[in-house]
Design a protein around this ligand. Sequence first.
Ligand SMILES: *Cc1c(COP(=O)(O)O)cnc(C)c1O
Length: 377
Amino acid sequence: MSETTNNTASVMTLARDNVQQLTPYLSARRLGGSGDVWLNANEYPLPPSFALTSQNLNRYPECQPVEVIRRYAAYAGVQPEQVLVCRGADESIELLIRAFCEPGKDAILYCPPTYGMYSVSAETFGVEGRTVMAKADWQLDLPAIEQALDGVKLVYVCSPNNPTGNLINPDDIRSLLETTRGKAIVAVDEAYIEFCPQATVAGWLQDYPHLAILRTLSKAFALAGLRCGFTLANVELIDVLMKVIAPYPLSTPVADIAAQALSDQGLALMRARVAEISENRLWLQQQLQQTACVEQVFTSESNYLLARFSAASAVFKTLWDQGIILRDQNKQPGLSGCLRITIGTRQECQRVVDALRPLPGANSSISETVSASKEPM
Ligand SMILES: *Cc1c(COP(=O)(O)O)cnc(C)c1O
């Protein structure tokens, strides 16, 4: 037993210093739980159905499968040369760091509260992750960002932002792009853009050689298990990423299914999902606003809602015990008391409401809470 421990310890000491210090990203899946209502990873609640169309697994796949690239470019309104496909938007985040940041010298910059993988990827490569807190309204603090840009090669902007759900003001993204011109890459993470397609900055590529846009099939396309994402950028930037990408980033079945998801029929299904989820989100938002234990529900342009609760940990635990798994954001800077709820089916949203209604609010007695639960649905 002690021998095993010693061996493990000695292997750990062989690892790079920054890897020894690394805390791996606590994904919703790693956090576990034994629920039957999974509302913690911003997935689509129901599985789409696909069949493989080709039987050629003896051959290596194309590095950049032509049909997937062609269809995604048409969908996104860009040229095929402006599209890179890879193993999810998480790999796009990583490719940018590997291609543009010198470990121990360069930095990335991001604005909490936001998506957790920017910092995890930077740490993995020994690159400094510099933070400039978002303002109280969760918009970019442009003067503070400008002050902090020294040594920064890459700025991540998440819009709609995960976990807050708000869009970043487009004028601010433009200002940031002007400030960083010739100095740093701006990566706009549009993982949820299908829920607010008018807000994309894909049309700005012609103006900014240092703009990269991250996309994914994991959210509105209901394919989180497929692991397929995209980077949109001008050819010069795509060529840099092509230098560091794996020779076969996508397996043949992934490319096969991705192409189907991007067919006319696939896009129509995606848009129907977005309409359904957006409707459920509005419904849940209204319900939460009439629920005693909810202090505030934030407006969202995505497939999740962030809400502040009077007793967030107790609420999280109560729902957990009923098999309803939410994402606790309480530890994120600026988000004390906040939980993030993925929008599921209407039934799942109803389960959340039913579980929350009996819980007391900060200033309400039990009897007030009971009367709140009798409000018309
Ligand atoms: C889910 C998510 C991703 C990761 O997408 P994958 O394609 O599944 O790797 C990236 N960015 C944000 C903001 C996300 O919420």
